[in-house]
Design a protein around this ligand. Structure first.
Ligand SMILES: [Zn+2]
Length: 270
């Protein structure tokens, strides 16, 4: 999940406010610094935090390399806070400016402009895919010089990059869910042109947006290759092109036509 925000003033003290509140060890925040990240956690085994500290920089580099963007200087400047549960996560997210309207289904959140992200343990377990997902949002946000990348593309890439955690995205199984949803509830796909800058209102459509976006990004990379995909992204990050202009200039198609090709490509799986 992505939170567009410019709440720089709220940064100080909020992410790290858990530091000093209890004598119990598991309630006191601990910090680990890596090349790119400062990871804040309270209750993780030594093995788990070592694994995490060893993997986050590699995940960051893999994502930067796929997107063809320069990695930032390694100053441990990105805050990655791991909340113990969903309740605590929502509390922290709201303090940083998130709204519950979009937070209910999220497993992690990245605050644009803050170089900060929050994730939480689900049923006591930390999912590395969620961390890779949020790191992707962070990489895209910091690479963005001029314009905004369309929301569906932002989320689709984040889902695609979950694989750099070493675990497959649960959205890999999206084709059957897409078919089920398309036939029984909505009767068709959501046009990507409606997903440029806002999440859909209905909860089912929000979920559908994620399935569609993952599948569409997978299709674009698989069909046109990584080089054209990087060029496509660069049109948004650096040139502030509209999605229609970017599609025309790279694929010689409108977004709707490209979506039509993607939908046809799914038919073979039905
Ligand atoms: Zn996301």
């Amino acid at each position: 999940m992505l939170m567009q925000s410019a709440l720089h003033v709220f940064l100080a003290g909020l992410i790290f406010h858990l530091t000093a509140c209890s004598r119990k060890d598991d309630l006191v925040s601990k910090f680990v610094k890596t090349e790119y990240f400062t990871v804040e956690y309270r209750n993780l085994s030594a093995g788990r935090i070592n694994h995490l500290a060893n993997s986050v920089d590699a995940v960051y580099d893999s994502i930067s390399s796929l997107l063809g963007v320069e990695a930032n200087e390694g100053t441990s400047g990105i805050s990655l806070a791991i909340c113990e549960n969903q309740e605590e996560y929502f509390e922290e997210a709201v303090k940083l400016g998130a709204s519950f309207e979009t937070a209910w289904y999220s497993c992690g959140i990245t605050f644009s402009g803050l170089e900060a992200m929050l994730v939480y343990k689900q049923n006591g377990k930390l999912d590395d895919r969620v961390i890779a997902h949020e790191i992707t949002h962070c990489v895209i946000n910091s690479a963005s010089k001029n314009g905004a990348i369309p929301l569906w593309l932002h989320e689709g890439i984040a889902l695609y990059c979950e694989k750099f955690s070493g675990r497959k995205s649960e959205y890999v199984a999206s084709l059957s869910k897409i078919r089920e949803y398309q036939k029984s509830i909505r009767g068709g796909f959501i046009p990507f042109s409606e997903l440029d800058d806002k999440y859909p209102h209905l909860p089912e459509d929000k979920l559908m947006m994620y399935f569609q976006s993952f599948s569409f990004v997978n299709y674009i990379i698989g069909t046109f290759g990584v080089n054209d995909f990087q060029k496509f992204i660069s049109y948004f990050l650096y040139d502030d092109l509209t999605v229609q202009k970017a599609c025309r200039s790279l694929f010689a198609k409108s977004l709707d036509e490209l979506q039509g090709d993607w939908e046809k490509s799914l038919n073979g799986f039905y």
